[in-house]
Write a protein that binds this ligand. Structure first.
Ligand code: PBG
Length: 348
C-alpha cells in the first residue's frame, strides 16, 4: 500500500469512479516523473536549438547607407550593400553560420526574361563580393530564381502565357555561375524548374566551381505564406496569376519525396522544405528517406503571423518564436532559414 494505490475520488463522483487505480491503468509508468523539475526536463530534452542551426535571409536594395523597413515584416528591413555588410558582420559576431541574400531589383531593370540576373555586377553579386571581402568567415547562400528580375514576378521566362522550363534552366545555370564567381558558397535554386539542379552542377563544374555547393529548394509548395516576401522584393504587385504550374501542390507529399530524390540524383548537396511549419511532415519524410542535410525555410508569412499576433498581445512572441524553431529541430531539420535568426542568436 502506498499513497498512490487508491485513486482518490471526490465524494460527488464516487458512484461513477473508475474501478482501477491510475497505477493499475499505467502499469506504474508515469511520464510526468521526468517533467517534475527544470533539471530533469533539461536532462531528457531530445531536441535543441543552437546558433549553429540558423541561416539568416537578408533583403538587398540599391543605394547607400539606407535601411528600408518591410512593412509586412515588422523588424525586417532591406539594406543597401554597405549596410548589408554591417549586418553580415553582426551575424558573424553572433555566431550565425550563414546568410541568404534576396535582392529587390529596381523596376527599370526587370524584363520579360529576367536578363539582369546574368549581370556579373547586379545587386546580389555586388553584395556577395562586398560581404565576402569584409566578412570572409560567414557562408553566403544565393538564390538563383528569376523572380526578382522579371517584370511579371514569375520564377521563369514567360512565353505565350507559359513559364518555359528548359530556357529558364539554361539561364539559371548561367546566373549561378556568375553568383559563384562573385563568391557565393552555396547556390540555392528556388524556381522549381525540372532539371535545374543537374544543369547548375554541370555549369559550376565546367567553370571551376566544384567546391560551390547546391542547396536545393527541392520541395517548394505553391503557398499563401510567401505574401510578405513578395512585398519585400517588390514582386507582389507584378505577379499575374499564381505559381501552381511549377511549385508543388500543398496537398502532395509523395510528389515532394520524388522531387527531393530527383534533385539529389542530379547533385544537390542539401535539401530545403519551404514553407516550414505547415510542412514538418515533409521534413520528417525526407530526413527518414534520404538522411541528407535537410533545412526548412520559415517563410515570411510564418514570421509575420507570429510578429502580428505578438504585437496585438495575443501570444507571447518570444516563446512562440523559440517553440516554432525547436519544432523544426524535432521534425529532423539540420537548420532553419529564418528571419528571426539575429533575435534568436541574441537570446541563445
Ligand atoms: C521565389 C522565392 C519565394 C521566396 C523566396 N524566393 C517565393 C515566391 O515569391 O514565390 C519566399 C520567401 C519567404 O516568403 O520568406 N524564388
Amino acid at each position: 500500500m502506498n499513497k498512490f494505490s487508491r485513486t482518490p475520488v471526490a465524494a460527488p463522483f464516487a458512484a461513477v469512479a473508475p474501478e482501477r487505480s491510475v497505477d493499475e491503468i499505467t502499469g506504474s509508468r508515469r511520464l510526468r516523473r521526468m517533467r517534475k523539475a527544470d533539471w530533469s526536463r533539461r536532462l531528457v530534452q531530445e531536441s535543441r536549438l543552437s546558433v549553429d542551426d540558423l541561416i539568416w535571409p537578408l533583403f538587398l536594395i540599391e543605394g547607400k547607407n539606407r535601411a528600408e523597413p518591410v512593412e509586412a515584416m515588422p523588424g525586417v528591413a532591406r539594406y543597401t550593400v554597405d549596410l548589408a555588410v554591417k549586418q553580415a558582420e553582426r551575424a558573424a559576431k553572433l555566431g550565425i553560420p550563414a546568410i541568404a541574400t534576396f535582392p529587390n531589383i529596381e523596376q527599370a531593370r526587370r524584363d520579360e526574361t529576367g536578363s539582369h540576373s546574368l549581370d556579373a555586377d547586379n545587386l546580389i553579386n555586388r553584395a556577395t563580393r562586398a560581404i565576402k571581402q569584409a566578412v570572409p568567415e560567414i557562408g553566403i547562400i544565393t538564390d538563383v530564381a528569376l523572380d526578382p528580375f522579371t517584370s511579371h514576378g514569375h520564377d521563369g521566362i514567360l512565353r505565350d502565357g507559359e513559364i518555359v522550363n528548359d530556357e529558364t534552366v539554361a539561364q539559371i545555370a548561367a546566373a549561378a555561375v556568375e553568383q559563384a564567381a562573385a563568391g557565393a558558397d552555396i547556390i540555392a535554386p528556388s524556381d522549381m524548374m525540372d532539371g535545374r539542379v543537374g544543369a547548375i552542377r554541370d555549369a559550376l563544374d565546367r567553370n571551376g566551381f566544384q567546391n560551390v555547393a547546391i542547396m536545393s529548394y527541392a520541395t517548394k509548395f505553391a503557398s499563401a505564406f510567401y505574401g510578405p516576401y513578395r512585398e519585400a522584393i517588390g514582386t507582389g504587385g507584378l505577379l499575374k496569376g499564381d505559381k501552381k504550374t511549377y511549385y508543388i501542390d500543398p496537398a502532395n507529399s509523395d510528389e515532394a519525396v520524388r522531387e527531393a530524390e530527383q534533385d539529389l540524383s542530379e547533385g544537390a548537396d542539401m535539401l530545403i522544405v519551404k514553407p516550414g511549419l505547415p510542412y514538418l511532415d515533409i521534413v520528417r519524410r525526407l530526413k527518414d528517406a534520404f538522411g541528407v542535410p535537410t533545412f526548412a525555410y520559415q517563410v515570411s508569412g510564418e514570421y509575420s503571423m507570429i510578429k502580428a499576433a505578438a504585437a496585438n498581445g495575443w501570444i507571447d512572441g518570444e516563446r512562440a518564436m523559440m517553440e516554432s524553431l525547436l519544432a523544426f529541430k524535432r521534425a529532423g531539420c539540420d537548420g532553419i532559414l529564418t528571419y528571426f535568426a539575429p533575435e534568436v542568436a541574441e537570446r541563445l
